[in-house]
Design a protein around this ligand. Sequence first.
Ligand code: G3I
Length: 371
Amino acid sequence: MRRNRRIFRSRAGGVAVVIVLSASSLVSCGPTASSPVPVPACTTACELGQLGRDRGITIGAAVTADGLRDPAYAAAVLQNFNAVTTEIDMKWRVVHPTSDSWVWAGADAVVDFASRHSLPVRGHTLVWGKESANPSWLVGTTSPAAFRSAVLSAITTEVGRYAGRVQRWDVVNEPFTSDGNELDHNVFYQRMGPDYIEQALRTAHAADPSAGLWINESGLELGTSRADNFIAMAAALVARGVPLQGIGIQAHRLTSSVIQPGRLASVVRRLRALGLQVAITELDVPTGPTRSESDQVDVDRQIAGECLDGGCTEITTWGVSDGATWLDQPANRADLPALEAFPVPTRPLLLDTAYRPKAAYRAVADVLRAH
Ligand code: G3I
């Protein structure tokens, strides 16, 4: 393995030794890179993405363009994951802040990074009913015809821009009510009708017929009546020939509720039986007084194990490391009273704040090895 040793002076004045791996040497612990990227030496980590690659399983991380500017963050992505999801940069509040403007810088930066390193991208997300997640111009478009036209045109523009470079899209995010078992009567439902999901999927398909189109939902891992109703909705879409390739199960474990053994695997199998792919798309398991790090290991092991038992094709964590998680941001915590049980820092991910693998990382690696 060719290695060049480079010495960088940190902002604090300390000296950090960073190993720069050549494109060919990256193969052993990351994707092929077209240009050398500073990558900290692999110690005990560096195996998750490769284990996934060996088994045909996507091991992703949600990333941000801001995060990728930090070489240590970028290196951790390359070392430990084999795919990325755009955590923030493709949402319409960011890319389409006014009805007549698009701001592509962040989304382009993530897609360019991924393309340079041969990492597939999950584009997240196009249609998300949560009102505060949408730009005010869209929510304020009250004419059904104008709203429909704006939504379908935005899908066409964004999917079209990244055709061939974004392999999977979360076309619709969280269509069910957050605590219920039915379609949320969100702004898309109200203005476009209950078939807004089908309209969005068909429009995305027309913009890039080669992209995999997904619906992403929370709470399905529990295998309750919410999952039953969701699976019925997915089955109806499939039966009508709507272009839908996969279902994302978010798996934010923000309460201490237990996933009854076997339930997640069963949900995955039922979706697979419809001919759909299934992924864990937003895994994070916060810790706190009611959940120790060892409990976190058990939860991650169960989710990864049942996901793969059922036939999942992907496990993506919602963030790269404990150093940057939405669960620690005040703006997000204000929305979620459940998070009072998990004080900051929540440490919900597989890598710690210094990008070192945690016990949960090793547990997920063991699950992959066993499959
Ligand atoms: O960019 C502004 C910044 O300028 C400002 O200083 C700062 C002050 O709070 O806010 C920044 O915006 C924040 C943005 O993330 C970027 O950090 C928003 O307030 C904050 O609400 C936003 O949160 C994101 C949230 O979706 C809404 O888009 C989270 O990071 C992101 O993890 C979260 O992801 C969602 C998935 O898309 C869907 N599933 C649930 C998941 C968690 O809510």
